[in-house]
Unconditional design. Structure first.
Length: 331
């Protein structure tokens, strides 16, 4: 039985071997990589990723990454393709074929039919002069790598290199297509990622849930607005004579002022103008900003409410930390 040290040494050796292979991959990238990026970015149909065995699993992941970053893609199983699934491929598609050796029989049997369909092809392989490489329009040759498996057999280093190369392709295509974070949000509506990519205007309190009060109103009137506004917001937004945003008064401010009033046994603060008690020029956020940015502001400034102000300087919403907790619970 291996000792703890033996186990750790083996794992470190494997990671070291894979890391070294990735370093060599960085040095090997050339104009063929650029050609592949241009070809995928210009694809008018879908990028059809294909491979079998472990390479097929990597092909699925690359296809999923492309799809999530704005490049329509699909996975084609070579065996199923030979039994009718070739109908998924059109002349407008680009096939991304993965095979370490470049001699995978199931893939090679697809070459003739794919050529007849008219689809273009990019190959990721360790051998540019392999049968697969010779059939491809562009070959991304990562060269011979030694598998990190102790037996030298199980796909380890080769699949790591293929995955990294696929990630590099997908990210380069993303930049080539000028894919934006807003577009990314459209494809990731669920979970933590989806929440952070929602826009503030999708979550903020607005309409009859937006607590507004005019400059010059009393603190007591501000309390009434905070209490009567639907959703019981924890703040009120103050507007100036032109309807612009002037400041915010929160329930935290109210508690602090009430404690001060009790200590002084003087509650005249309730009749004072809200302008004297509010926070002028507080931190705000624009409605088109992403929720992730708003969360960062709430966290860094250690506040619970964030006024939403449009480009004209008018308050159009209020983002409460409770609203963020609510969308977390719903997703």
């Amino acid at each position: 039985m291996a000792t703890d040290q033996d186990i750790l040494a083996g794992a470190k050796a494997l990671l070291g071997a894979e890391s070294q292979a990735l370093g060599l991959l960085v040095e090997s990238l050339d104009s063929d990589f650029v050609r592949a990026v241009r070809l995928l970015a210009a694809c008018e149909g879908r990028v059809v990723a294909t491979g079998i065995g472990k390479a097929g699993i990597i092909a699925r992941k690359i296809g999923a990454t492309l799809a999530s970053t704005g490049t329509p893609s699909d996975f084609l199983h070579p065996a199923e393709a030979l039994h009718g699934d070739l109908g998924r491929v059109t002349p407008r598609d680009v096939v991304l074929a993965l095979s370490n050796s470049g001699t995978t029989e199931e893939l090679l049997r697809l070459m003739g039919p794919l050529k007849d369909i008219g689809a273009r092809m990019v190959a990721i392989t360790a051998a540019a002069d392999s049968p697969l490489g010779r059939h491809a329009e562009v070959v991304l040759d990562f060269g011979h790598v030694t598998e990190a498996c102790p037996l030298g057999l199980a796909p380890t280093t080769s699949t790591t290199v293929m995955l990294a190369l696929g990630d590099a392709l997908a990210m380069a295509v993303l930049e080539e297509r000028d894919f934006s974070s807003e577009e990314f949000a459209r494809f990731h509506p669920a979970g933590n990622l989806g929440r952070s990519l929602m826009r503030v205007e999708e979550v903020m309190r607005k309409g009859d849930m937006l607590p507004l009060i005019s400059s010059g109103a009393s603190v007591a009137q501000a309390i009434e607005v905070m209490t009567s506004t639907r959703g019981r917001p924890g703040a009120v937004l103050v507007t100036d004579a032109d309807g612009g945003f002037a400041g915010i008064y929160t329930d935290g401010d109210l508690r602090r002022h009430l404690l001060e009033a009790r200590a002084a046994n003087n509650f005249d603060m309730l009749s004072r103008p809200i302008d004297d008690m509010m926070t002028a020029a507080p931190t705000t956020v624009a409605p088109e900003k992403l929720i992730g940015e708003a969360q960062r502001l709430l966290r860094e400034r250690q506040i619970d409410q964030l006024p939403v102000v449009d480009a004209t300087g008018r308050p159009v919403g209020l983002l409460d930390v409770q609203d963020l907790l609510a969308i977390r619970a719903l997703s």
